[in-house]
Design a protein around this ligand. Structure first.
Ligand code: ATP
Ligand code: MG
Length: 444
């Protein structure tokens, strides 16, 4: 019998429900993740106790009525939030997203049947081991995403499951089983019924998955439903010495090459999205996409706004895309200017973006560029670590000091500080009060 490690509060919660005469199992994502040797993010419990009965069992703990009409009570058990949900059967689905009604059930099997994928339809009890009515263990072993029941029906009921399938496939590195995959390709347009918030959550997880590359290539048609903005990139060939892939294929390679954070992966997904708008072919037959970064940045902004991404992510993605094609030099002066332009948080990320962009280019051009960008990155970290001065704020004197030596208040102060900064970045003046004041006096 498989034994899983349950945190103490989870063990005790199961025990308490059992002692009160109810069935109770851990279920869903936490069972899947534990069996995969991963720390579950949250622990869900399924039980035949009704919500009011669950509340009575945990009367001495704080409970939150998270979704009491759906049967869910959150119990803060010794401070650990546990979602305890009554066995459920979902009623009819008419909006393609949520059941019109739900009924409570007395059967664990019924509850497992309503769950999306076999690997998510596993339950566990310390005395009974894993309860596996739908071959979830075999699929977990084989690395398969497979619907519980008829995929066509399950995706028509709730189209969010289409996005979840892609996400699990990318995150776990699991293949989507054939019948399930066929239904996904066929029913992808149903994703339009899913809220933008749910789409963006799944998209972030998909992009950060270890197998994002395969999923983005295999399900590009599904991605286009979520992000119609990407459509023009698909199949757009680029005939020039730097590229051997279509714009979309290149994009996917760069997504896979960049570190797996939502910010960087979204940046790569959109960095060339403006290329189709900027396409020209020269007399030698080479393709160019001059001026595409600002167009890509604008399309990324519109798209991420449509998907209700947060302000900061949108701002950072835009800025990284806008500068993704900048020519970077490794002199201290150029690196300080880069820090001034991008800030110490985004400057190192821009180097990651450029490295990923190189990974998606022609292999002949790759190694030399990557070696260069790595040494640039190393020098950039040194400058950041040394607190090198790259902004007016970092100067060893302030506007106040300039007023004291005879500057009159107004724009002259700002201009003088800027000139002093230029001199510091140039290396022609040390960032030290006496030297700066001396130079400021000369400029007065
Ligand atoms: P993660 O927590 O990593 O997002 P998860 O599988 O735990 O993954 P949750 O949204 O926490 O996902 O849902 C918990 C469980 O509820 C799932 O494992 C699955 O059994 C079931 N479930 C969630 N969403 C759906 C859905 N749209 N259709 C059917 N069952 C679902
Ligand atoms: Mg979960």
């Amino acid at each position: 019998m498989i034994q899983m490690n349950l945190p103490n509060p989870v063990m005790h919660a199961l025990q308490r429900l059992n002692e009160a005469g109810f069935e109770a199992y851990v279920v869903g994502g936490c069972v899947r993740d534990s069996l995969l040797g991963k720390e579950p993010e949250d622990w869900d419990i399924t039980t035949n106790a009704l919500p009011t009965q669950t509340k009575a069992v945990f009367a001495d703990q704080r409970t939150i009525e998270t979704g009491i009409s759906h049967g869910t009570v959150t119990v803060l058990y010794d401070g650990m939030p546990l979602e305890i949900t009554t066995y459920r059967i979902d009623g009819e689905y008419t909006d393609g997203r949520r059941p019109d009604s739900i009924t409570f059930s007395t059967s664990l099997r019924e509850d497992l049947r309503r769950r999306d994928f076999t690997i998510n339809a596993l339950a566990y009890h310390p005395k009974e081991g894993v309860i596996d009515h739908f071959s979830g263990l075999a699929d977990l072993d084989a690395g398969h995403i497979c619907c519980v029941g008829d995929p066509h029906l399950r995706f028509t009921e709730d189209a969010l499951r289409i996005a979840r399938a892609l996400r699990f496939s990318a995150a776990l590195g699991f293949k989507i089983e054939k019948v399930t995959a066929t239904a996904i390709h066929k029913l992808a347009p149903l994703l339009r019924k899913v809220s933008v918030e749910r789409i963006s959550t799944e998209l972030k997880k998909l992009l950060c998955g270890k197998d994002a590359r395969r999923v983005l290539l295999e399900f590009s048609d599904v991605l286009t439903v979520m992000l119609p903005e990407l459509q023009p990139m698909m199949g757009l060939q680029q005939e020039n010495p730097y590229h051997h892939l279509s714009v979309y294929e290149h994009t996917v390679e760069t997504v896979a090459a960049v570190p797996a954070t939502p910010l960087l992966r979204l940046t790569m997904l959109f960095h060339d999205v403006g290329k189709p708008n900027c396409y020209t072919r020269d007399l030698q037959g080479f393709d160019h996409f001059r001026g595409h970064p600002p167009i890509s940045a604008a399309i990324a902004e519109q798209t991420l706004e449509r998907l209700h991404f947060d302000r900061q992510t949108i701002h950072h993605v835009k800025k990284l895309i806008l500068h993704h094609d900048d020519t970077l030099s490794i002199t201290d002066k150029a690196l300080k200017q880069l820090l001034n332009r991008m800030g110490p948080e985004l400057a190192p990320l821009l180097v990651e973006v450029q490295k990923a962009d190189v990974w998606g280019q022609h292999p002949d051009k790759r190694d030399e560029r990557l070696i260069f960008l790595d040494s640039l990155k190393a020098r950039l970290s040194e400058l950041i670590e040394q607190n090198a001065c790259y902004s007016v704020k970092g100067l060893a004197i302030t506007g106040e000091d300039l007023l004291k030596i005879g500057y009159s208040a107004g724009p002259k102060v700002g201009n003088a500080l800027q000139s002093l900064l230029d001199a510091v970045i140039d290396g022609s003046c040390p960032n030290e009060p006496n030297s700066l004041l001396k130079l400021a006096k000369e400029m007065l």
